[in-house]
Ligand binder design. Structure first.
Ligand SMILES: [Zn+2]
Length: 442
């Protein structure tokens, strides 16, 4: 590994660019400017772009040695989650430390450590006059807060690209590099049920008045999965089945039951573990994330609150699914109760592994890692991927994150081996994508 890659990462990780919970505006600014300074030092052009009141985007361009080469847009995010309670960290979150082959810091994996090799290699190749593709750099600062600045930038962008690379994803095990070809979308709902002006005495009113927790229970029952973990058919409309190439490549991954056990989870029923990759990537799911109401006394609660997230499988329409979901919930509200709903949503994305950019990417990963990559659908959602796909770019979603990285949690870390694979893969990706026909306007 280029020692400057590790030095650069440690330097970037020292900037506490937290965007959640109000964030740290000075550090946000500093982490974005850090990116622009590196583009300029490599001989490229870069600037901070501000859209509305959002955190700045670091946007730039590094020129290929041959200007007629194809153009590749690379995406990452410089913002990080808040560190949470300091006492849960073995070493301070913004004082990076290497222990047992892992670099520990907030952002070590999500997304500074995952993204930086892609950026670092482009800068190094540009500085050496060896960059085989034109690289457009897009690094945002609102990924952890669902900000839309980057979405607005992508929608308004009039320059094109021949492919995009997003390193904000990972692998189920350290042996198998992955190209993520499907990402689930999301519909996020908060529900507030009100059934009375105030909590009532259960002796005086129990049995004759509406109970907000009972109503909430009834509403959630309309949309919860059955005992097999599958949702009702209305909520699975539009799902596209995985291609044979995807299903075949899952055999190279650790068994699904083990992936669940490694995370400390338990399968929803016997046999669900074997279907992990299909369930997690190619089916819809709904989870109650939070349920609040009542008090530990003899009351008839007047108010109940819930947060529900539904993951949409590739093929599903987020607007349509939001309508179906809210329709089922509203139909269950009894006379006299009020349901208040708020929502946000992001569409799913799916890429055909047989398209040229993905085939070139698979060959690049094979050369870089010495292993056959798997085409995987991930259960997570990266809204920018759907935005980029909407522009017609083939998007190569990759990265070398691992389940043990503890992203968003205390003691977040990234394997030095993942950094090495990231560096090798980035170089091979740029070389491989130079073979794409260049269509992008420059
Ligand atoms: Zn994150």
């Amino acid at each position: 590994m280029d020692p400057r890659l590790l030095d650069d990462l440690i330097d970037w990780l020292r900037i506490p660019s937290v965007s959640t919970g109000g964030g740290d505006p000075a550090a946000i600014e500093q982490a974005a400017a850090w990116v622009v300074a590196r583009i300029q030092a490599a001989g490229g052009t870069g600037e901070l772009v501000r859209i509305g009141a959002g955190n700045p985007l670091a946007v730039g361009r590094l020129a290929a040695r041959d200007p007629r080469a194809p153009t590749v847009l690379i995406y990452g995010h410089y913002d990080v989650q808040g560190p949470g309670p300091a006492e849960l960290w073995t070493s301070p979150p913004f004082d990076p430390e290497i222990r047992d082959g892992r670099l520990y810091a907030r952002g070590a994996a999500d997304d500074k450590g995952n993204f930086l090799p892609l950026f670092h290699v482009a800068c190094a190749m540009a500085a050496a006059g060896e960059l085989p593709v034109n690289v457009r750099v897009l690094v945002e600062g609102e990924e952890e807060t669902n900000g839309d600045a980057v979405g607005a930038w992508v929608r308004d962008d009039t320059e094109s690209a021949d492919a995009a690379i997003v390193f904000d994803s990972g692998m189920p095990d350290p042996q198998t590099p992955v190209i993520t070809v499907g990402l689930r979308g999301i519909v996020m709902l908060t529900l507030d049920v009100r059934t009375a002006e105030r909590n009532l005495h259960s002796g005086m009113y129990g049995g004759s008045t509406l109970n907000a927790l009972h109503v909430m229970n009834h509403l959630l029952a309309q949309v919860l999965p059955g005992p097999d973990g599958r949702l009702r058919e209305e909520l699975r409309a539009g799902i596209l089945p995985p291609s044979p190439a995807e299903v075949e490549s899952w055999k190279r991954l650790i068994p699904g039951a083990q992936a669940i056990a490694d995370a400390g989870g338990r399968p929803v029923h016997k046999g669900a573990g074997a279907e992990y990759y299909e369930r997690n990537g190619a089916d819809a799911a709904l989870d109650v994330n939070e349920l609040i109401g009542g008090e530990p006394r003899t009351v008839v609660p007047a108010h109940a609150h819930a947060t529900v997230s539904m993951r949409l499988a590739p093929g599903q329409d987020s607007e349509e699914m939001l309508a179906v979901l809210t329709g089922l919930l509203r139909a269950g509200v009894p006379d006299g109760a009020e349901l208040e709903l708020s929502s946000h949503r992001a569409p799913p994305a799916l890429f055909d592994p047989s398209q040229p950019a993905l085939q070139l990417a698979a060959e690049a990963l094979r050369r870089a890692c010495g292993r056959e990559p798997a085409f995987l659908r991930t259960g997570g959602s990266i809204p920018i991927v759907a935005e980029l796909a909407g522009k017609g770019f083939p998007v190569i979603v990759g990265g070398f994150g691992l389940p043990a990285d503890a992203i968003h949690a205390a003691d977040e870390s990234y394997e030095l081996h993942s950094l090495e694979w990231g560096e090798a893969a980035s170089r091979e990706l740029y070389l491989a994508l130079a073979q794409l026909p260049a269509r992008a306007a420059r």
